[in-house]
Write a protein that binds this ligand. Structure first.
Ligand code: HEM
Length: 411
């Protein structure tokens, strides 16, 4: 990267081999020299200092919906101007890209129901993690991602929603298919597979909602049906389905990556693993440090709702901003010795779950899953090690996410 030519944002993704190998070298340089970078081609500002990122995330006057962005915000508005499929009608949005009053109207009751479920989900999570460990059997060498990090979040969210045991295999397939919605450079074939998975999932969820309405069970879909019946959730069925499906899209791969990144970091830093084994009550702090050090999600976005300034740079009403959660988490003005993985560091809140009104609704669940998954894994396999410690890590190519394709371990 030439000093005077900051890269357009698409080179700040794993599609760029240098970024894939070491995003922090590139982001540290950018944060230092160009903390507010304009990318005219993408039509957005890329913002990387912790103080600015936090300020934007917690500014509740900013917008999230891509429709609010100026026409020049090409990357943010992609897909919006495509003709509407007459059979599907105009696309509906999940809370991720809604603004108030719709955002608060839908998020409020959904968060209330989800948080209640998560608060009593430690025992079922322990049971799912334990069954996943049992299924690994007596293998001495295996891929931690496919055997452990991938199935746990899918099985946990399926149990929270109330997916019947005999539909779990299909549900897993759909969950993996709909993830492609996050991939801005997916092929036509991947798009078709994604569409098929999302249609199958929506029709299953619609059917499930009707069945739970008639006969409530102990699950999140029933909770939402009951809230609606009591007049405490003003949410159309179609919006409910989109938002329940969004829990899979937003929650599965991210939590898989949190678990995978955590296992990799601990195996690469035996002194930190020793601290955790000596005092398992450090697990909460350990997961926060994994989240800070190697966040699963790179960026989130906001739209200016007024003329404003960030670090002296004017940003006009309707211009789009991307904030770099990854760069902010390594800002030396906020974190002492930021490039050191240290589970007993003095706490400073990372921004890996975003912030403000849109802060990740699944963060309590992701934390619970990662804490149980990491603790139980290292208990079951006290001698686990990387099978090929000197081989380069196999990062996935999905833009704006950082997670491993494979992590081969020996036990
Ligand atoms: C380690 C795992 C996870 C990470 C790193 C993560 C990260 C994020 C980030 C960065 C945002 C955007 C926040 C913002 O714009 O300020 C977000 C939003 C969201 N996340 Fe997560 N997430 C994780 C797990 C989950 C889980 C398990 C679920 C569901 C059960 C979930 C559901 C959502 C939803 C629905 C939103 C949209 C919230 C809104 O806009 O109001 N996430 N997440």
């Amino acid at each position: 990267m030439a000093d005077d030519a900051p890269p357009p944002v698409l080179t700040l993704t794993p599609l760029n081999p240098a970024f894939r190998e070491d995003p922090y070298a590139i982001l540290n340089d950018l944060r230092e020299k160009t903390p507010v970078m304009r990318d005219d081609m993408a039509g957005l500002f890329f913002i990387s200092r912790y103080e600015d990122v936090r300020g934007i995330l917690t500014d509740l006057t900013l917008w999230r919906s891509p429709e609010r962005a100026e026409a020049a915000a090409f990357l943010v508005r992609r897909g919006l101007d495509e003709p509407i499929d007459p059979e599907r009608g105009p696309p509906r949005h999940s809370i991720l890209t809604l603004d108030d009053p719709d955002h608060a109207r839908i998020r409020g009751p959904l968060a209330q129901a989800l948080y209640k479920r998560v608060a009593k989900f430690r025992a079922p999570t322990e049971a799912i993690v334990s069954a996943t460990l049992d299924a690994i059997g007596d293998q001495k060498r295996f891929d931690l991602m496919s055997a452990y990090a991938l199935p746990i979040p899918i099985d946990v969210i399926a149990a929270i929603l109330g997916v019947e045991h005999e539909r779990l295999a299909e549900f897993r397939t759909w969950s993996e298919g709909v993830i492609q919605v996050l991939n801005p450079v997916r092929t036509e074939e991947q798009t078709r597979a994604m569409q098929a998975a999302s249609d199958a999932l929506a029709s299953y969820m619609t059917d499930m909602l009707h069945r739970r309405r008639a006969e409530p069970q102990d699950d999140l879909v029933s909770d939402m049906a009951i809230l609606k019946a009591k007049g405490e959730a003003d949410i159309a069925d179609e919006d409910l389905i989109i938002n329940l499906s969004a829990l899979l899209v937003a929650g599965n791969l991210t939590t898989t990556d949190l678990i995978g990144n955590g296992v990799r970091l601990f195996l690469q830093h035996p002194e930190e693993l020793a601290k955790l084994k000596a005092d398992p009550s450090l697990i909460g702090a350990a997961v926060e440090e994994v989240l800070r050090f190697e966040p699963p999600v790179d960026i989130t976005g906001r739209i200016a709702s007024k003329n404003m300034e960030v670090r002296g740079c004017p940003i006009r009403d309707t211009q789009a901003m991307w904030v770099s959660l990854r760069a902010a988490n390594r800002d030396p003005d906020t974190f002492e010795d930021p490039d050191r993985f240290n589970i007993t560091r003095k706490r400073a809140p990372h921004v890996s779950f975003g912030g403000g009104a849109h802060i990740c609704i699944g963060s309590p669940l992701a934390r619970l899953e990662a804490q149980v998954a990491l603790l139980r894994l290292f208990e079951r396999y006290p001698n686990m090690r990387l099978a090929e410690p000197d081989a380069p890590s196999e990062w996935r190519l999905l833009p704006f996410f950082r997670g491993l394709e494979h992590l081969i371990v020996e036990v």
